[in-house]
Design a protein around this ligand. Sequence first.
Ligand SMILES: Cc1cc2nc3c(=O)[nH]c(=O)nc-3n(C[C@H](O)[C@H](O)[C@H](O)COP(=O)(O)O)c2cc1C
Length: 391
Amino acid sequence: MTNYNSLFNRHFASSERLKNRAKQRVPKFSYEYLIEGCMDDIGLCRNRQAFDSVKFTPQYIRPNSTPSLKCELFGKLYSAPFGIAPIGLQGLMWPNAPVILARASYEHKIPFILSTVSSESLERISEVSQGTAWYQLYNPTDPAILSDLLSRLTSAQYQHLVITIDVPTFGLRPRDFHNGLAMPPKLNVKNIWQAILRPNWSLSTLRYGLPKFKNLEPYIDTDNKKLELTEFMNTTTMGPLDFDSVKRIRDLWPHKLIIKGIMSESDLQKAIKLGADGVILSNHGARQLDLGEATLPLLGKFSSYQDRISLAIDSGIRSGVDIASACGLGAKFCFLGRFFMYSVCALGNEGANHAIYLLKAQMMQVMQQVGANTLKDLCGKVELSITPRPL
Ligand SMILES: Cc1cc2nc3c(=O)[nH]c(=O)nc-3n(C[C@H](O)[C@H](O)[C@H](O)COP(=O)(O)O)c2cc1C
């Protein structure tokens, strides 16, 4: 049995510690891009309130055993029921982050989802993940770009396409406005000063170069190269997502199709009708609709659909205990965004392995407490009852 407790860095054994370390190592403009939600950050609190409201029932009088974290999804066996959510501009938060995470995902047999607006190209990520990475699509405004992206994905042997549906408008994020976030970052006095205060980040950025939208670079017109982020997203990646447009993508894509951003029963029913293989119940880490619902309670509401479509979940997951909670409440799989980025920002190259080992150690610990040998055994040992607390 692998003892995960001896494999992670013991100084950073929680999300909060990783986040604090990340803050010390990353310039303010990119750290704030990572942590923020949308508008007043109420959704961020709701996501956490839901996970903090879970109660487990322990079971101690039973035979000794070693839990298994293994999980099958879309015909593939993963070492644990969690993966790395797509994060745009990863290289702005930590240089080379997509490569660090994609490589670790392959080595640890967990999925890594590459964002359309990543700072690394889908070709390079396929190479470092040995063809196991998934690709997240923002439907491009120009159908010719969609067609080219799909053929690049096929050539690079991608097997999983994740369509994100929850960005009909780009989230309004006060800190990004204040910081004038742009890609590549604006080299004004304020940003340069923030970078000087974070020498590890700056040296690493000098080594890997300023981050760019490598997947979209071939399609960005040269006059548009330094748009503010909101403007860039609005002009490039806001293609239609009505039923027929998604159906067209489904018809063009012969492999696994996953729809990310499902928060309502009607969208879930449409995903099934469209022939999606799975959905990710996600509120984009509370970055889009500040007064939306948390994702965890949706597992109970949508339990009757579990036999028809794979239900994965993200938003607010910060530990292996949260993953065990979600699995116990009916999630087939979990994705984490910020947690992995906190770890890479805090620990650089080591950060991806650290995050995976820590999540596994936390899962094992809680499963041993409640007497769950498999992920299925978690069902019935977890209860969710949310009492709203003052924000
Ligand atoms: C900084 C940041 C950038 C993100 N970029 C994308 C993206 O490009 N595409 C996407 O589908 N989701 C994106 N997301 C949402 C994540 O995929 C995921 O849904 C979210 O991070 C989950 O919440 P968590 O951070 O609390 O784990 C982003 C989230 C963050 C925090």
